[in-house]
Design a protein around this ligand. Structure first.
Ligand code: TGC
Ligand code: FAD
Length: 398
């Protein structure tokens, strides 16, 4: 009998070994159910095909907008959800349970585009952009990384000059999620004094292009590209007026890294769920492979690590709501969740035997996606060094 499940139905069953649901309000559980249903309807039936074809489904942007996943913590008057950080985390968990690339689209739009416009922008900018970004009428991207400056964004070369009635922007960003399809970019650049500011570049501005990055074996359903600024005239009203310095983009990264901490555990939960089901169905030596101690060890360790990460995420969410979460606490959670998810994905792949390398199961896609997640928003080692600096008071970056 063939064990291929190419046209698989999404049979995902959530993992809640420590009854963390008891810590959630009814509203949180309702939000999670509605996003889980959304993912089962709009993402998981198609994701293997999108990933295989390296296709970003542009129609998902408006659907995400309707589902309320863009900027859930921002005020309702700008189209946000007015929700807390636990709700935001659960939304990211559910989307990444479907696919990390889909979560990327959502977290870039909410945490890296809408957040800085709300936190650092003028009232006019908030009203001009936020409702359209929240509804998915517009898609945004966030340009910090450059060809010569990834982990060290302070060294950025992208710059702008004050030309009297406008700014002239020059430079290039790379590895930018959403860029090829984005209507606008929040780009970070230095002024003539070397101070970093955020500027909004809109598609169609002369000299602004967004070439696509090809050949990715990871995040294949997410569109990644460059931002090229070649003497782009940026209207003065497009500079974010209320923040300057590297703290601007790093403040956005705090929000997005928090979302990744939850999201990566969503991917881990999907891998665990698939592995458990497969182990119970697949028979060798006359019994389900789930009956062998070595398979049980893998499943037990996956369950343990996922449960620990779920508890860290929940507590971090509470601290986010109280405005008490530090960058180092967020680094710990992002780093722990992605490492956990990668280990779970690798063990889940082993449990699936040869089937684990195919697109009949979600494992290999999650695993390849997580190789980006462990690198973007600060690499695994940069987060370790952020923790090292917190412990010792001595930054070891330089
Ligand atoms: P450092 O000297 O520590 O700080 C510079 C200034 O920033 C302030 N600051 C913060 N402000 C707000 N929130 C934070 N979390 C902050 N952390 C630091 C700090 O007080 C200082 O302010 P001021 O006024 O004195 O200037 O900075 P450093 O240059 O030593 O760098 C530290 C380091 C290495 C940790 C930092 O550069 C870093 O985190 N590097 C990693 C880069 C990174 O994460 N890039 C991500 C790009 S975006 C992305 O990957 C999106 S993927 C999206 C997706 O698809 O999901
Ligand atoms: P490098 O900084 O060159 O690092 C190379 C290696 O050196 C790493 O292992 C790193 O940990 C190590 N290293 C660097 N410095 C130190 C140090 N001081 N001590 C010890 N080790 C060190 N960026 C954006 O701005 N916007 C986006 O939307 C975005 N989306 C992305 C999407 C994808 C799919 C990917 C892969 C990346 C994306 N990025 C984005 C870029 C991402 O944030 C960077 O790739 C990341 O910050 C690392 O930079 P780098 O790739 O230049 O690696």
């Amino acid at each position: 009998m063939s064990i291929s499940k190419r046209n698989f139905t999404d049979e995902f069953e959530s993992l809640d070994f420590y009854a963390i649901d008891d810590l959630l309000a009814e509203e949180h559980q309702l939000i999670r159910s509605s996003i889980r249903d959304f993912v089962k309807k709009e993402i998981t039936p198609f994701i293997e095909d999108w990933a295989e074809r390296n296709h970003f489904p542009e129609e998902i942007v408006k659907k995400f907008g309707q589902a309320g996943v863009f900027g859930p913590t921002l005020p309702e008057k700008y189209g946000g959800g007015g929700l807390d950080y636990i709700a935001y985390g659960l939304i990211m968990q559910e989307i990444e349970r479907g696919d990390s690339g889909m979560r990327s689209t959502a977290s870039v739009q909410g945490s890296l585009v809408m957040y800085p416009i709300h936190a650092y922008g003028s009232e006019e900018q908030r009203n001009r952009y936020l409702p359209k970004l929240a509804s998915g009428e517009m898609l945004g991207c966030f340009g910090l990384t450059e060809p010569n400056h990834g982990s060290n964004p302070a060294g950025m070369e992208t710059n702008f000059k004050d030309m009297g009635d406008h700014y002239l922007l020059n430079g290039a960003k790379m590895w930018i999620s959403n860029a090829p399809k984005a209507d606008l970019a929040v780009g970070w650049a230095k002024n003539e004094e070397g101070r970093i500011h955020g500027l909004i570049a809109e598609r169609g501005m002369e000299g602004f292009t967004t070439p696509e990055t090809h050949g990715k074996w990871s995040l294949r359903a997410s569109s990644t590209g460059e931002l090229v600024f070649s003497d782009v005239k940026i209207p003065k009203e497009n500079l974010l007026p209320n923040k300057s310095g590297l703290g601007g983009p790093l403040g956005c990264l705090d929000k997005a890294r928090y979302g990744i901490a939850w999201g990566a555990i969503g991917a881990a939960m999907d891998c665990y769920d698939a592995a458990k089901r497969y182990a119970l169905e697949r028979e060798q030596f006359g019994k389900p492979v789930a009956g062998f101690q070595l398979i049980q060890k893998k499943l037990a360790e996956m369950l343990t690590e996922i449960t620990k990460a779920q508890l860290i995420n929940w507590k971090l969410g509470k601290m986010m709501d109280e405005g008490k979460a530090s960058t180092a606490q967020i680094s710990l959670a992002k780093r722990n969740s992605v490492e956990t998810a990668l280990n779970v994905a690798r063990e889940a792949r082993q449990i699936h035997g040869g089937m684990g390398i195919t697109g009949d199961y979600p494992i290999m896609r999650h695993m390849m996606n997580l190789e980006s997640v462990v690198t973007y928003e600060g690499t695994h080692d940069i987060h370790l060094l952020i923790l090292g600096a917190e412990i010792t008071g001595i930054p070891a970056f330089k």
